[in-house]
Design a protein around this ligand. Structure first.
Ligand SMILES: Cc1cc2nc3c(=O)[nH]c(=O)nc-3n(C[C@H](O)[C@H](O)[C@H](O)COP(=O)(O)OP(=O)(O)OC[C@H]3O[C@@H](n4cnc5c(N)ncnc54)[C@H](O)[C@@H]3O)c2cc1C
Length: 506
Protein backbone atom coordinates (compact mmCIF):
# COMPACT_ATOMS: atom_id res chain seq x y z
CA UNK A 1 0.00 0.00 0.00
CA UNK A 2 1.53 3.28 -1.15
CA UNK A 3 0.59 6.72 0.07
CA UNK A 4 0.32 7.96 -3.53
CA UNK A 5 0.76 6.46 -6.97
CA UNK A 6 1.88 8.93 -9.62
CA UNK A 7 1.30 7.89 -13.23
CA UNK A 8 3.83 9.36 -15.67
CA UNK A 9 7.28 10.78 -14.94
CA UNK A 10 6.99 14.03 -16.89
CA UNK A 11 7.91 17.17 -15.00
CA UNK A 12 4.41 17.33 -13.47
CA UNK A 13 4.65 13.77 -12.14
CA UNK A 14 8.19 14.31 -10.90
CA UNK A 15 7.14 17.47 -9.04
CA UNK A 16 4.17 15.76 -7.39
CA UNK A 17 6.21 12.70 -6.37
CA UNK A 18 9.18 14.69 -5.04
CA UNK A 19 6.98 17.12 -3.09
CA UNK A 20 5.06 14.32 -1.36
CA UNK A 21 8.34 12.54 -0.66
CA UNK A 22 9.64 15.72 0.99
CA UNK A 23 6.69 15.37 3.37
CA UNK A 24 7.82 11.82 4.15
CA UNK A 25 5.26 10.05 1.97
CA UNK A 26 6.02 6.79 0.14
CA UNK A 27 5.27 7.35 -3.51
CA UNK A 28 5.24 4.91 -6.44
CA UNK A 29 6.02 6.66 -9.73
CA UNK A 30 5.10 4.59 -12.79
CA UNK A 31 6.51 5.38 -16.22
CA UNK A 32 5.81 3.35 -19.35
CA UNK A 33 8.97 4.53 -21.14
CA UNK A 34 12.46 3.22 -20.36
CA UNK A 35 13.67 6.74 -19.53
CA UNK A 36 12.16 9.08 -16.91
CA UNK A 37 11.37 12.75 -17.61
CA UNK A 38 8.54 12.66 -20.15
CA UNK A 39 9.10 15.35 -22.77
CA UNK A 40 12.18 16.65 -20.96
CA UNK A 41 14.82 14.34 -22.39
CA UNK A 42 18.45 14.35 -23.39
CA UNK A 43 19.42 11.73 -25.97
CA UNK A 44 22.46 10.79 -28.03
CA UNK A 45 22.92 10.01 -31.72
CA UNK A 46 26.49 9.11 -32.73
CA UNK A 47 28.65 11.77 -31.05
CA UNK A 48 25.85 14.36 -30.76
CA UNK A 49 23.79 14.89 -27.64
CA UNK A 50 20.34 16.37 -28.23
CA UNK A 51 18.11 18.22 -25.81
CA UNK A 52 14.37 18.12 -26.20
CA UNK A 53 11.27 19.39 -24.43
CA UNK A 54 13.05 22.50 -23.11
CA UNK A 55 14.65 25.38 -24.98
CA UNK A 56 14.13 27.97 -22.31
CA UNK A 57 12.36 28.32 -19.00
CA UNK A 58 11.34 31.23 -16.84
CA UNK A 59 10.95 31.59 -13.08
CA UNK A 60 14.45 30.34 -12.27
CA UNK A 61 16.24 33.68 -12.00
CA UNK A 62 18.05 34.85 -8.85
CA UNK A 63 15.19 37.24 -7.95
CA UNK A 64 12.88 37.11 -4.96
CA UNK A 65 9.18 36.86 -5.83
CA UNK A 66 7.56 35.12 -8.82
CA UNK A 67 10.60 35.49 -11.11
CA UNK A 68 12.52 33.10 -8.85
CA UNK A 69 9.69 30.89 -7.54
CA UNK A 70 10.33 27.91 -9.84
CA UNK A 71 14.05 27.94 -8.92
CA UNK A 72 13.31 28.08 -5.19
CA UNK A 73 10.93 25.11 -5.43
CA UNK A 74 13.39 23.09 -7.53
CA UNK A 75 16.15 23.87 -5.04
CA UNK A 76 13.98 22.62 -2.20
CA UNK A 77 13.02 19.41 -3.99
CA UNK A 78 16.43 18.68 -5.54
CA UNK A 79 18.73 19.90 -2.75
CA UNK A 80 19.99 22.67 -5.01
CA UNK A 81 21.56 20.22 -7.46
CA UNK A 82 19.84 21.66 -10.56
CA UNK A 83 21.41 24.84 -11.89
CA UNK A 84 20.37 27.10 -14.75
CA UNK A 85 22.37 29.18 -17.20
CA UNK A 86 21.00 32.45 -18.61
CA UNK A 87 20.27 32.60 -22.35
CA UNK A 88 21.27 35.61 -24.42
CA UNK A 89 19.35 38.86 -24.00
CA UNK A 90 17.45 39.50 -26.34
CA UNK A 91 16.39 35.90 -25.82
CA UNK A 92 13.82 35.53 -28.65
CA UNK A 93 14.49 36.94 -32.13
CA UNK A 94 11.60 37.39 -34.55
CA UNK A 95 12.72 37.19 -38.18
CA UNK A 96 10.39 38.22 -41.00
CA UNK A 97 11.41 38.79 -44.62
CA UNK A 98 13.75 41.80 -44.54
CA UNK A 99 13.04 42.51 -40.87
CA UNK A 100 14.44 41.35 -37.53
CA UNK A 101 13.48 42.21 -33.95
CA UNK A 102 15.11 40.92 -30.75
CA UNK A 103 12.83 40.59 -27.70
CA UNK A 104 14.73 41.51 -24.54
CA UNK A 105 13.83 41.13 -20.87
CA UNK A 106 12.58 42.50 -18.56
CA UNK A 107 9.20 43.43 -20.02
CA UNK A 108 10.03 47.13 -19.61
CA UNK A 109 13.04 46.66 -21.95
CA UNK A 110 10.81 44.83 -24.47
CA UNK A 111 8.35 47.72 -24.36
CA UNK A 112 11.12 50.30 -24.78
CA UNK A 113 12.60 48.36 -27.74
CA UNK A 114 9.17 48.30 -29.42
CA UNK A 115 8.73 52.04 -28.94
CA UNK A 116 12.18 52.68 -30.43
CA UNK A 117 11.47 50.45 -33.45
CA UNK A 118 7.86 51.53 -34.07
CA UNK A 119 7.85 55.21 -33.04
CA UNK A 120 4.45 55.92 -34.60
CA UNK A 121 2.72 53.11 -32.70
CA UNK A 122 2.82 54.39 -29.12
CA UNK A 123 -0.90 53.92 -28.41
CA UNK A 124 -0.99 50.45 -29.97
CA UNK A 125 2.02 49.28 -27.96
CA UNK A 126 0.72 50.68 -24.67
CA UNK A 127 -2.74 49.24 -25.38
CA UNK A 128 -1.18 45.81 -25.98
CA UNK A 129 0.74 45.76 -22.70
CA UNK A 130 -2.27 47.03 -20.78
CA UNK A 131 -4.36 44.22 -22.30
CA UNK A 132 -1.67 41.67 -21.38
CA UNK A 133 -1.71 42.90 -17.81
CA UNK A 134 -5.51 42.63 -17.55
CA UNK A 135 -5.55 39.21 -19.23
CA UNK A 136 -2.94 37.88 -16.80
CA UNK A 137 -5.10 39.04 -13.88
CA UNK A 138 -8.02 37.18 -15.47
CA UNK A 139 -5.78 34.11 -15.85
CA UNK A 140 -4.96 34.14 -12.13
CA UNK A 141 -8.69 34.24 -11.31
CA UNK A 142 -9.44 31.30 -13.61
CA UNK A 143 -6.54 29.29 -12.22
CA UNK A 144 -7.60 30.00 -8.63
CA UNK A 145 -11.25 29.17 -9.30
CA UNK A 146 -10.25 25.86 -10.89
CA UNK A 147 -7.41 24.65 -8.77
CA UNK A 148 -6.98 26.36 -5.40
CA UNK A 149 -8.85 25.19 -2.29
CA UNK A 150 -12.58 25.84 -2.79
CA UNK A 151 -12.95 28.82 -0.42
CA UNK A 152 -10.04 30.71 -2.06
CA UNK A 153 -11.33 29.93 -5.54
CA UNK A 154 -14.79 31.14 -4.52
CA UNK A 155 -13.30 34.44 -3.25
CA UNK A 156 -11.55 35.04 -6.57
CA UNK A 157 -14.75 34.25 -8.48
CA UNK A 158 -16.85 36.67 -6.43
CA UNK A 159 -14.35 39.51 -6.75
CA UNK A 160 -13.12 39.11 -10.30
CA UNK A 161 -15.26 36.43 -11.97
CA UNK A 162 -16.93 38.67 -14.55
CA UNK A 163 -13.64 40.28 -15.55
CA UNK A 164 -12.09 36.81 -15.98
CA UNK A 165 -15.00 35.48 -18.03
CA UNK A 166 -14.80 38.42 -20.45
CA UNK A 167 -11.07 37.98 -21.06
CA UNK A 168 -11.36 34.21 -21.32
CA UNK A 169 -13.45 34.57 -24.48
CA UNK A 170 -10.85 36.64 -26.31
CA UNK A 171 -8.49 35.01 -28.82
CA UNK A 172 -5.02 36.23 -29.70
CA UNK A 173 -6.36 37.08 -33.18
CA UNK A 174 -9.03 39.32 -31.57
CA UNK A 175 -6.33 41.24 -29.73
CA UNK A 176 -3.95 41.43 -32.68
CA UNK A 177 -6.78 42.84 -34.82
CA UNK A 178 -6.36 46.07 -32.84
CA UNK A 179 -2.79 46.45 -34.16
CA UNK A 180 -2.66 48.03 -37.62
CA UNK A 181 1.09 47.86 -38.32
CA UNK A 182 1.76 44.43 -39.91
CA UNK A 183 5.30 43.94 -38.61
CA UNK A 184 4.38 45.08 -35.10
CA UNK A 185 1.43 42.68 -35.19
CA UNK A 186 3.70 39.83 -36.27
CA UNK A 187 6.28 40.57 -33.55
CA UNK A 188 3.65 40.69 -30.80
CA UNK A 189 1.98 37.47 -31.91
CA UNK A 190 5.01 35.51 -33.11
CA UNK A 191 5.57 33.35 -30.04
CA UNK A 192 2.37 31.31 -30.19
CA UNK A 193 4.59 28.26 -30.72
CA UNK A 194 5.29 28.37 -26.97
CA UNK A 195 1.84 26.86 -26.43
CA UNK A 196 1.06 25.59 -29.91
CA UNK A 197 -2.15 27.30 -31.03
CA UNK A 198 -2.18 29.78 -33.91
CA UNK A 199 -3.75 33.21 -33.16
CA UNK A 200 -7.26 32.41 -34.43
CA UNK A 201 -7.48 29.55 -31.89
CA UNK A 202 -5.20 30.79 -29.12
CA UNK A 203 -6.74 32.24 -25.96
CA UNK A 204 -5.28 35.71 -25.44
CA UNK A 205 -4.80 34.96 -21.74
CA UNK A 206 -2.25 32.26 -22.61
CA UNK A 207 -0.38 34.61 -24.92
CA UNK A 208 -0.35 37.28 -22.23
CA UNK A 209 1.37 34.77 -19.90
CA UNK A 210 4.04 34.09 -22.52
CA UNK A 211 4.53 37.81 -23.12
CA UNK A 212 5.24 38.41 -19.43
CA UNK A 213 6.81 35.07 -18.51
CA UNK A 214 10.44 36.00 -19.10
CA UNK A 215 10.47 39.22 -17.07
CA UNK A 216 13.16 37.66 -14.88
CA UNK A 217 15.16 36.25 -17.80
CA UNK A 218 15.27 33.11 -19.95
CA UNK A 219 17.31 30.13 -18.74
CA UNK A 220 18.47 26.64 -19.75
CA UNK A 221 19.09 23.71 -17.36
CA UNK A 222 22.82 23.11 -16.95
CA UNK A 223 23.49 19.51 -18.05
CA UNK A 224 20.39 19.41 -20.29
CA UNK A 225 16.70 18.56 -19.86
CA UNK A 226 17.41 15.11 -18.35
CA UNK A 227 18.62 16.93 -15.25
CA UNK A 228 15.02 17.50 -14.13
CA UNK A 229 14.49 13.77 -13.53
CA UNK A 230 18.04 13.20 -12.28
CA UNK A 231 17.69 15.86 -9.59
CA UNK A 232 14.07 15.20 -8.51
CA UNK A 233 14.06 11.41 -8.25
CA UNK A 234 16.50 11.10 -5.30
CA UNK A 235 13.92 12.74 -2.99
CA UNK A 236 11.38 10.06 -3.96
CA UNK A 237 13.82 7.21 -3.27
CA UNK A 238 15.10 8.74 -0.01
CA UNK A 239 11.55 8.67 1.37
CA UNK A 240 11.14 4.96 0.57
CA UNK A 241 9.42 5.52 -2.75
CA UNK A 242 10.20 4.02 -6.16
CA UNK A 243 10.27 5.06 -9.79
CA UNK A 244 9.54 2.07 -12.02
CA UNK A 245 10.36 2.36 -15.71
CA UNK A 246 8.68 0.21 -18.36
CA UNK A 247 5.61 0.26 -16.10
CA UNK A 248 2.55 0.76 -18.27
CA UNK A 249 -0.59 1.73 -16.37
CA UNK A 250 -3.58 0.07 -18.03
CA UNK A 251 -6.40 0.94 -15.60
CA UNK A 252 -7.08 3.23 -12.72
CA UNK A 253 -8.98 1.17 -10.16
CA UNK A 254 -12.09 2.72 -8.66
CA UNK A 255 -13.93 1.12 -5.74
CA UNK A 256 -17.05 2.59 -4.15
CA UNK A 257 -16.56 5.65 -6.34
CA UNK A 258 -12.99 6.35 -5.13
CA UNK A 259 -9.64 5.81 -6.92
CA UNK A 260 -7.76 3.17 -4.93
CA UNK A 261 -4.89 2.14 -7.17
CA UNK A 262 -3.87 1.05 -10.65
CA UNK A 263 -3.42 -2.03 -12.77
CA UNK A 264 0.05 -1.92 -14.27
CA UNK A 265 1.86 -4.05 -16.83
CA UNK A 266 5.58 -4.55 -16.22
CA UNK A 267 7.77 -7.01 -18.13
CA UNK A 268 4.78 -8.92 -19.47
CA UNK A 269 2.95 -9.40 -16.16
CA UNK A 270 0.09 -7.37 -14.80
CA UNK A 271 -0.08 -6.43 -11.12
CA UNK A 272 -2.36 -4.31 -8.96
CA UNK A 273 -0.82 -1.50 -6.91
CA UNK A 274 -2.94 0.17 -4.27
CA UNK A 275 -2.65 3.66 -2.75
CA UNK A 276 -4.58 6.26 -0.80
CA UNK A 277 -4.30 8.71 -3.71
CA UNK A 278 -3.58 8.54 -7.43
CA UNK A 279 -2.07 11.50 -9.31
CA UNK A 280 -2.16 11.28 -13.08
CA UNK A 281 0.45 13.12 -15.16
CA UNK A 282 -0.58 11.44 -18.42
CA UNK A 283 -2.95 14.13 -19.64
CA UNK A 284 -6.72 14.27 -19.73
CA UNK A 285 -7.19 11.85 -22.62
CA UNK A 286 -4.65 9.35 -21.26
CA UNK A 287 -6.30 9.45 -17.85
CA UNK A 288 -9.82 8.99 -19.19
CA UNK A 289 -8.60 6.06 -21.29
CA UNK A 290 -7.58 4.33 -18.03
CA UNK A 291 -11.03 4.75 -16.48
CA UNK A 292 -14.14 2.71 -17.18
CA UNK A 293 -16.67 5.01 -18.83
CA UNK A 294 -19.27 3.84 -16.29
CA UNK A 295 -17.12 5.43 -13.55
CA UNK A 296 -16.66 8.88 -14.97
CA UNK A 297 -19.46 9.36 -17.48
CA UNK A 298 -19.99 13.05 -16.70
CA UNK A 299 -16.28 13.72 -16.88
CA UNK A 300 -16.08 12.05 -20.31
CA UNK A 301 -18.87 14.37 -21.43
CA UNK A 302 -17.17 17.49 -20.08
CA UNK A 303 -14.04 16.43 -21.95
CA UNK A 304 -15.74 15.75 -25.28
CA UNK A 305 -15.37 19.28 -26.76
CA UNK A 306 -11.63 19.23 -26.02
CA UNK A 307 -9.30 17.94 -28.73
CA UNK A 308 -5.55 17.33 -28.88
CA UNK A 309 -3.51 20.32 -30.00
CA UNK A 310 -1.34 20.25 -33.13
CA UNK A 311 1.83 18.22 -33.34
CA UNK A 312 5.28 19.28 -34.39
CA UNK A 313 8.06 18.12 -36.62
CA UNK A 314 11.40 18.50 -34.87
CA UNK A 315 14.65 18.29 -36.80
CA UNK A 316 17.69 17.43 -34.69
CA UNK A 317 20.85 18.64 -36.41
CA UNK A 318 24.42 17.67 -35.52
CA UNK A 319 27.06 20.20 -36.58
CA UNK A 320 30.83 20.52 -36.58
CA UNK A 321 32.87 23.68 -36.02
CA UNK A 322 32.46 27.07 -34.39
CA UNK A 323 28.73 27.70 -34.90
CA UNK A 324 28.73 30.86 -32.76
CA UNK A 325 31.25 32.43 -35.16
CA UNK A 326 28.93 31.44 -38.03
CA UNK A 327 25.85 33.24 -36.66
CA UNK A 328 24.29 30.86 -34.10
CA UNK A 329 23.49 32.14 -30.60
CA UNK A 330 21.82 31.13 -27.36
CA UNK A 331 18.71 33.15 -28.33
CA UNK A 332 15.77 31.38 -30.03
CA UNK A 333 14.87 32.32 -33.59
CA UNK A 334 11.22 32.64 -34.61
CA UNK A 335 11.31 32.71 -38.41
CA UNK A 336 8.21 33.43 -40.54
CA UNK A 337 7.92 33.59 -44.31
CA UNK A 338 5.56 36.61 -44.12
CA UNK A 339 3.78 38.85 -41.62
CA UNK A 340 0.82 36.44 -41.80
CA UNK A 341 1.80 34.38 -38.75
CA UNK A 342 -1.60 32.74 -38.25
CA UNK A 343 -0.78 29.51 -40.12
CA UNK A 344 0.01 25.91 -39.20
CA UNK A 345 2.13 23.83 -41.53
CA UNK A 346 -0.74 22.25 -43.46
CA UNK A 347 0.93 20.26 -46.24
CA UNK A 348 4.53 19.33 -45.42
CA UNK A 349 4.77 17.25 -48.61
CA UNK A 350 4.00 20.20 -50.85
CA UNK A 351 5.06 23.39 -49.09
CA UNK A 352 7.75 24.77 -46.81
CA UNK A 353 6.85 25.34 -43.16
CA UNK A 354 5.45 28.90 -42.85
CA UNK A 355 7.03 29.29 -39.42
CA UNK A 356 10.17 27.82 -37.82
CA UNK A 357 11.54 27.87 -34.30
CA UNK A 358 15.32 27.39 -34.22
CA UNK A 359 17.36 26.80 -31.09
CA UNK A 360 21.02 25.92 -30.47
CA UNK A 361 21.00 24.04 -27.13
CA UNK A 362 24.76 23.45 -27.20
CA UNK A 363 25.29 27.21 -26.92
CA UNK A 364 22.88 27.51 -23.98
CA UNK A 365 24.51 24.94 -21.72
CA UNK A 366 27.91 25.78 -20.21
CA UNK A 367 28.34 22.08 -19.29
CA UNK A 368 27.75 20.89 -22.88
CA UNK A 369 30.01 18.01 -23.94
CA UNK A 370 30.53 17.09 -27.56
CA UNK A 371 29.99 18.79 -30.89
CA UNK A 372 27.34 21.50 -31.38
CA UNK A 373 23.68 20.90 -32.16
CA UNK A 374 20.63 22.73 -33.45
CA UNK A 375 16.92 21.93 -33.18
CA UNK A 376 14.34 23.16 -35.68
CA UNK A 377 10.65 22.93 -34.79
CA UNK A 378 7.64 23.45 -37.06
CA UNK A 379 4.09 23.12 -35.78
CA UNK A 380 2.11 20.92 -38.09
CA UNK A 381 -1.53 20.15 -38.76
CA UNK A 382 -2.62 16.71 -37.48
CA UNK A 383 -4.08 15.93 -40.84
CA UNK A 384 -0.61 15.69 -42.40
CA UNK A 385 0.19 12.59 -40.33
CA UNK A 386 -3.36 11.28 -39.96
CA UNK A 387 -2.85 8.26 -42.27
CA UNK A 388 -0.38 6.72 -39.79
CA UNK A 389 -1.40 8.12 -36.39
CA UNK A 390 -3.40 5.03 -35.39
CA UNK A 391 -0.98 2.48 -36.84
CA UNK A 392 1.13 0.70 -34.22
CA UNK A 393 3.94 0.00 -36.71
CA UNK A 394 3.78 2.49 -39.59
CA UNK A 395 5.64 1.19 -42.61
CA UNK A 396 7.84 2.34 -45.43
CA UNK A 397 5.51 5.00 -46.81
CA UNK A 398 5.59 6.81 -43.45
CA UNK A 399 9.39 6.57 -43.26
CA UNK A 400 9.73 7.92 -46.81
CA UNK A 401 7.37 10.81 -45.95
CA UNK A 402 9.31 11.55 -42.77
CA UNK A 403 12.61 11.64 -44.71
CA UNK A 404 11.09 13.94 -47.28
CA UNK A 405 9.84 16.32 -44.59
CA UNK A 406 13.24 16.21 -42.84
CA UNK A 407 15.03 17.19 -46.06
CA UNK A 408 12.61 20.05 -46.60
CA UNK A 409 13.18 21.40 -43.09
CA UNK A 410 16.93 20.99 -43.44
CA UNK A 411 16.76 22.98 -46.69
CA UNK A 412 14.88 25.77 -44.92
CA UNK A 413 17.42 25.77 -42.07
CA UNK A 414 20.34 26.01 -44.51
CA UNK A 415 18.72 28.89 -46.41
CA UNK A 416 18.18 30.86 -43.19
CA UNK A 417 21.64 30.07 -41.79
CA UNK A 418 23.85 29.85 -44.91
CA UNK A 419 27.10 30.02 -42.92
CA UNK A 420 26.04 27.00 -40.85
CA UNK A 421 25.04 24.94 -43.91
CA UNK A 422 28.54 23.53 -44.59
CA UNK A 423 28.87 22.53 -40.91
CA UNK A 424 25.87 20.13 -40.93
CA UNK A 425 26.97 16.51 -40.41
CA UNK A 426 23.84 14.74 -39.11
CA UNK A 427 20.10 15.20 -39.05
CA UNK A 428 17.09 13.21 -37.87
CA UNK A 429 13.43 14.18 -37.67
CA UNK A 430 10.84 13.46 -35.00
CA UNK A 431 7.16 13.70 -35.92
CA UNK A 432 3.82 13.51 -34.10
CA UNK A 433 4.24 9.71 -34.32
CA UNK A 434 7.49 10.01 -32.38
CA UNK A 435 5.66 11.94 -29.65
CA UNK A 436 2.96 9.33 -29.59
CA UNK A 437 5.48 6.47 -29.40
CA UNK A 438 7.81 7.80 -26.70
CA UNK A 439 5.52 9.79 -24.39
CA UNK A 440 2.12 8.47 -25.52
CA UNK A 441 1.06 11.93 -26.69
CA UNK A 442 -2.59 11.45 -27.69
CA UNK A 443 -3.06 12.40 -31.35
CA UNK A 444 0.70 13.09 -31.53
CA UNK A 445 0.01 16.46 -29.91
CA UNK A 446 2.99 18.56 -28.92
CA UNK A 447 1.41 20.13 -25.82
CA UNK A 448 -1.61 17.98 -24.89
CA UNK A 449 -5.15 19.39 -25.05
CA UNK A 450 -5.45 22.15 -27.66
CA UNK A 451 -5.05 25.65 -26.27
CA UNK A 452 -8.40 27.25 -27.05
CA UNK A 453 -11.07 29.47 -25.57
CA UNK A 454 -13.10 26.32 -24.81
CA UNK A 455 -10.21 24.90 -22.82
CA UNK A 456 -9.87 28.00 -20.61
CA UNK A 457 -13.06 27.45 -18.71
CA UNK A 458 -13.37 23.68 -18.98
CA UNK A 459 -14.32 21.83 -15.80
CA UNK A 460 -12.76 18.70 -17.30
CA UNK A 461 -9.26 20.02 -16.61
CA UNK A 462 -9.46 20.70 -12.91
CA UNK A 463 -6.75 19.47 -10.58
CA UNK A 464 -9.37 17.70 -8.45
CA UNK A 465 -11.14 15.34 -10.80
CA UNK A 466 -14.75 14.13 -10.42
CA UNK A 467 -13.32 10.84 -9.09
CA UNK A 468 -12.40 11.27 -5.39
CA UNK A 469 -8.81 10.24 -4.72
CA UNK A 470 -7.74 10.96 -8.33
CA UNK A 471 -5.91 14.18 -9.20
CA UNK A 472 -4.63 15.55 -12.47
CA UNK A 473 -1.12 17.02 -12.85
CA UNK A 474 0.99 18.24 -15.76
CA UNK A 475 0.46 20.43 -18.79
CA UNK A 476 -3.25 19.80 -19.30
CA UNK A 477 -4.10 21.47 -15.98
CA UNK A 478 -2.48 24.91 -16.14
CA UNK A 479 -1.17 24.98 -19.70
CA UNK A 480 1.91 23.85 -21.61
CA UNK A 481 5.46 24.52 -20.54
CA UNK A 482 7.81 23.01 -18.02
CA UNK A 483 7.05 25.55 -15.31
CA UNK A 484 3.26 25.31 -15.65
CA UNK A 485 3.31 21.49 -15.73
CA UNK A 486 5.59 21.46 -12.69
CA UNK A 487 3.33 23.85 -10.75
CA UNK A 488 0.30 21.71 -11.57
CA UNK A 489 2.18 18.69 -10.17
CA UNK A 490 3.02 20.55 -6.97
CA UNK A 491 -0.56 21.72 -6.60
CA UNK A 492 -1.84 18.16 -7.06
CA UNK A 493 0.53 17.11 -4.28
CA UNK A 494 -0.72 19.99 -2.13
CA UNK A 495 -4.32 18.94 -2.71
CA UNK A 496 -3.32 15.57 -1.21
CA UNK A 497 -1.06 16.99 1.50
CA UNK A 498 -2.33 20.52 2.36
CA UNK A 499 0.83 21.48 4.32
CA UNK A 500 2.47 21.84 0.89
CA UNK A 501 0.39 24.92 0.06
CA UNK A 502 2.61 26.88 2.48
CA UNK A 503 5.73 25.77 0.60
CA UNK A 504 4.19 27.04 -2.64
CA UNK A 505 3.82 30.50 -1.18
CA UNK A 506 7.50 30.80 -0.22
C1 LIG B 1 9.66 19.79 -28.84
C2 LIG B 1 9.19 20.45 -27.58
C3 LIG B 1 9.82 21.60 -27.14
C4 LIG B 1 9.41 22.21 -25.96
N1 LIG B 1 10.07 23.33 -25.51
C5 LIG B 1 9.73 23.89 -24.32
C6 LIG B 1 10.45 25.01 -23.79
O1 LIG B 1 11.38 25.54 -24.39
N2 LIG B 1 10.07 25.50 -22.58
C7 LIG B 1 9.03 24.98 -21.86
O2 LIG B 1 8.75 25.45 -20.75
N3 LIG B 1 8.32 23.93 -22.36
C8 LIG B 1 8.64 23.37 -23.55
N4 LIG B 1 7.94 22.29 -24.04
C9 LIG B 1 6.76 21.83 -23.29
C10 LIG B 1 7.14 20.99 -22.08
O3 LIG B 1 8.18 20.10 -22.39
C11 LIG B 1 5.90 20.20 -21.64
O4 LIG B 1 4.81 21.10 -21.48
C12 LIG B 1 6.10 19.46 -20.31
O5 LIG B 1 7.34 18.82 -20.27
C13 LIG B 1 4.97 18.45 -20.12
O6 LIG B 1 5.14 17.78 -18.90
P1 LIG B 1 4.02 16.83 -18.31
O7 LIG B 1 4.46 16.48 -16.93
O8 LIG B 1 2.68 17.44 -18.46
O9 LIG B 1 3.95 15.51 -19.21
P2 LIG B 1 4.89 14.68 -20.18
O10 LIG B 1 6.25 15.25 -20.24
O11 LIG B 1 4.15 14.51 -21.45
O12 LIG B 1 5.01 13.28 -19.43
C14 LIG B 1 3.99 12.32 -19.40
C15 LIG B 1 4.64 10.99 -19.09
O13 LIG B 1 3.64 10.00 -18.86
C16 LIG B 1 4.07 8.77 -19.44
N5 LIG B 1 2.89 7.94 -19.67
C17 LIG B 1 1.88 8.15 -20.56
N6 LIG B 1 0.96 7.18 -20.46
C18 LIG B 1 1.38 6.34 -19.48
C19 LIG B 1 0.85 5.14 -18.90
N7 LIG B 1 -0.33 4.65 -19.30
N8 LIG B 1 1.55 4.52 -17.92
C20 LIG B 1 2.74 5.02 -17.49
N9 LIG B 1 3.28 6.15 -18.00
C21 LIG B 1 2.61 6.81 -18.98
C22 LIG B 1 4.77 9.21 -20.70
O14 LIG B 1 5.65 8.20 -21.19
C23 LIG B 1 5.50 10.46 -20.22
O15 LIG B 1 6.79 10.16 -19.74
C24 LIG B 1 8.32 21.66 -25.22
C25 LIG B 1 7.68 20.52 -25.68
C26 LIG B 1 8.10 19.90 -26.84
C27 LIG B 1 7.40 18.67 -27.30
Amino acid sequence: MWHTIVIGSGIGGLAAAAALARRGKRVLLLEQHTVPGGQTQTFRRQEWVFATGVHYVSGVGPQEGPEGQFRRLLEWLGDGSLRFAPCANPYDIVRLPGFEFGIPHPESAYRAALHARFPGETAAIEGWFHACHEARKAGVTLMAAHNLPAWIGWGFRVLRGRHADEWSQRTLADQLAEIAHPQLRAVLGARWGDYGAPPATAPFIEHAWVTGAYDGGAYFPVGGPARFAETLLPAVRDAGGECRLGADVRRILVEDGRAVGVEVEEGGSVTVQRAEHVISDIGLAGTLACLDSSVAGAWHQQASPLVPGPGCVALYIGLEGDIAAAGASSANDWIYDSTDIDRLWQKPADEDAPGLFVSFPSLKDPAWHGPPTAEVLAIVDHAAFAPWLDEPNPGGDYLAFKDWVAERLLGQFKRHFPRLAPMVRFHEAATPLTQRRFVRAVGGSMYGVEMSVERQGSDALKLRTPVPGLLLAGQDVMGPGVQAAFMAGLMAAAAVEPALWRQLGK
